[in-house]
Design a protein around this ligand. Structure first.
Ligand code: ZN
Length: 129
């Protein structure tokens, strides 16, 4: 059974240079996902990280994105509500579990299972632990 979701050219370009284990999780997650999603960012240059820091769009000077160890995903048609990311989280963690990979999700950085508090400011973000 397949949901028929296929990555766009943009998503494929965003996956370029991303750690192969993480790429495999993202590709499997698309097969498992109940909602279609795009990969908005993968590998990031140091220059872009500095720019994001200057714009206060990130909190760290060195991101796992720069090492190809993080991806940002966004549900097609999403409006930035946290709940819209739950199906992505479920698909990503299911795929990671299948492949023996441990993930951290930006919607719950401390992994306590709650999406409230100060650790949920980056819902699109998934990184290898
Ligand atoms: Zn990110």
């Amino acid at each position: 059974m397949s949901n028929g979701f296929v990555f766009s050219r943009r998503s494929e370009e965003s996956l370029r240079g991303v750690n192969p284990k993480l790429q495999a999780v993202v590709r499997r997650a698309l097969q498992l996902s109940k909602v279609d999603f795009i990969v908005i960012e993968g590998l990031r240059t140091a220059e872009r990280q500095r720019q994001l820091l200057a714009e206060r769009k990130t909190k760290v000077s060195h991101s796992k994105h720069q090492d190809g160890l993080a991806v940002d995903l966004f549900p097609v048609g999403g409006t930035w509500k946290a709940a819209e990311f739950f199906p992505l989280r479920d698909a990503m963690f299911a795929a990671a579990s299948e492949q023996g990979v441990t993930l951290r999700w930006g919607g719950d950085f401390n992994g306590d299972g709650h999406t409230v508090g100060n650790d949920n400011w980056d819902c699109p973000h998934f990184e290898l632990r």
